[in-house]
Ligand binder design. Sequence first.
Ligand code: MCN
Ligand code: CUN
Length: 795
Amino acid sequence: MSALDEIKIGGLGASRKRVEDNRFIRGKGNYTDDIALPGMLHMEILRSPLAHARIKSIDTSKAWDIPGVHLVLTGEMMATRNLAWMPTLSYDTQAVLATDKVRFQGQEVACVIADDPYIAKDACEAIDVDYEPLPVIVNPRQAVAEGAPVIRDDKENQAGNVIYDWEVGDKAGTDRAFEQADLVSKLQLHYPRSHPSPIECCGSIADFNRATSKLTVYMTTQAPHIIRAAVALVAELPEHMIRIISPDIGGGFGNKVPVYPGYVCSILASILLERPVKWIEDKSGNLISTGFARDVYLDGEMALRRDGKILGVRIHTDADHGAFFSDAQPSKFKIGLMHSAFAAYDIPAAHLTARGTYSNKAPGGVAYRCSFRVTEAMFFQERMIQAAADDLGMDQAAFRRMNFVRDEDFPHRTPFGFLLDSGQYAKCLDVGLKAVGYEEFRREQAEARKRGRLLGLGISTMTEPLGAGNSREYDILGIKMFDSADLKVHMTGKAILRTGAKTQGQGHETTWAQIVAHELGIPAEDVVVEEGDTDTAPFGMGTYASRSTPVAGAAVAMVSRKIRAKARKLAAHLLEVSEEDVEWELGRFYVRSAPDRGVTIQECAMAAYSNMPDGMEPGLENTAYYDPPNLTWPFACYIVTVEVDPQTGVWDVLKMVAVDDCGVRINPMIVEGQIMGGLTEAYAMASMQFITFDADGNCVGSNYMDYLLPSAWETPGFELHSEVVTPCPHHPIGAKGIGECAAVGGPAAFVNAVIDALGGTGVRNIDMPLLPDRVWEAATYHRDVSGAPPVRADD
Ligand code: MCN
Ligand code: CUN
């Protein structure tokens, strides 16, 4: 016998096909809307047509009269149970159903619970709401203007519309850097609202059983345990009587992190009616009201030395959070992890000020495929870097290379306080430049320019803090950020693994089993992975901010090692030698002096139930909670080339190359899928996803005719490179997160390419999405084009 072939058993590095796809491609997935419980009723939500209005009255009598209607909920009724408002993840409050005012278009005003969803929808339309319109605010400038209406007049100490005013970094040092600068480069831009738009919308089925006092909720959540805690605290139900089940999820992308009013209303309705109540959001409801991302204004400047060295950076951001501050983010960081900006660059001094304001827009600030606010941070960074290199008249690649943190400088403390532990930034850049044919393209570009053709090349690099905790620095509502894994090896050596994460399409059922295979030599196909049921999974903080591999994945390795430690004792017993004489190779323990004498991990498992040494507790199972010592910092370099048609403003991607270093890859194929998905979303945000607000607060583009999801037809081809691997020094298997890198770093590459194509015209910025009319305007009139709201409704 000898060690197993790790790739053959589906271990680390195997491009194993995703096991979950067996059911997904057969149409056998089990999504929330697939679940039907006996006696189940259906809930629909009435939403506000106005962005800001006082509610004078709500008349529900006609709705109650419709046959098949069981319950009509209003804010007033919710208030009698102290449920009209709920706390948000950012220590704010959010209306569940409006009582005093509506504060954004699409806000939840009432709910109807009926025999079927059609009756419920009809009954919603039979509700009469008398609104008195109020002045509307759709951007931070209006929010802080003198005499602006106070949107959150429900809050006692809220004088204006400012939520926070936050600063981080070294102000004095940064001021000095600017005094010493040869050149100051400036950039202003707006990162527009974008929407995660998963294929499956949000939904829940609440099932309260009076006989057992147990509340079971099936719901689309990325973080079931946090939901259980929230329900326990808000609804004041005993935690052990709450079971949250997050079944298959049809894409989350951050949209399914927050708690939504629909969840709360379906729970209360089920408690009142003692019947299961299902709420399934429709596409318009999802696009207009749930978890928006971004909507941040940047005002940045960079202090530069003539030779290209960056001396300091100043950033001010204004974030528009909508009507309620409901960001999902670690509690100490008022604007997510925005101060991860410039982490990969060696910059002596930096200072960031950030202000958050309310507006009459749906609650925003949920991350969309990013570690909290990192997408904005990296976008600003790479747009500013491009502008600075242009201002200096320096080559884009040389400017980056000169300012990168060097391989020998790790660990590196960033000017905003993060500790980076590893990376090979210049190498990633070089691989990308070679792949795209940089020098040659520059020559071609100059030639083409002479003939009036506009070619452009955009570089974007990113590094992202992934894997919150550690628990010293990261908590959500006081709950420390760590994660967990629970592994039970059955007597035949087959196993079940559960974690506190929750896959939404990322493939955890496949990759976690690969980690077990790597640590224990149990073939991956012998390990079933289960997530999302709070009654069976160990406590964990859920899946977002690409934290699963850095934290839950580490816990999987650690629990496997605990199992191996016990198996070693069993092996010693079976081999009748002392533990010290037992050696491990993949899948097998053997006697050091007689390598032929060995027992497999499966034989040890059997012994754990049938032949354990005296005094040993039977069974082979354990749980590990993992609190990472630091975040993981993957790095990526994305390079795009484009051609812009000056006559129409249409731009085409000629080539895109991506070099991702996420440390050790558990499943290279899944990693590539994650990168391709992220790049597709990056391209979508940069080119075609238009959703904004007019002066009256009407959400413009909240439909899939304007907010386009690119299909295979529109999506350019991507060339992926995997040769740079810098293992994470503190992760048990050296892995770093990857889930969002491409969506975070990608957008700037596309925008930089288009701006580069317009080089020499003085155009510094076009806000995303770079729709043809915006690019045409910039190319024709040689001016920047803003996309900040308000827009004309017919734009
Ligand atoms: N992986 C790997 N090797 C690595 C890193 C990751 O094989 N070095 C694998 C993981 O084991 C996992 C997948 O790649 O199967 C993604 O891992 P990770 O980077 O840890 O990210 P999470 O699992 O925490 O997923 C979250 C991330 C986020 S926050 C968003 S948003 C997003 C994303 O994943 N939403 C997605 N990718 C998505 N992909 C799909 N299909 N659907 C979503 O909703
Ligand atoms: Cu940032 S969206 Mo993902 O963290 O669920």
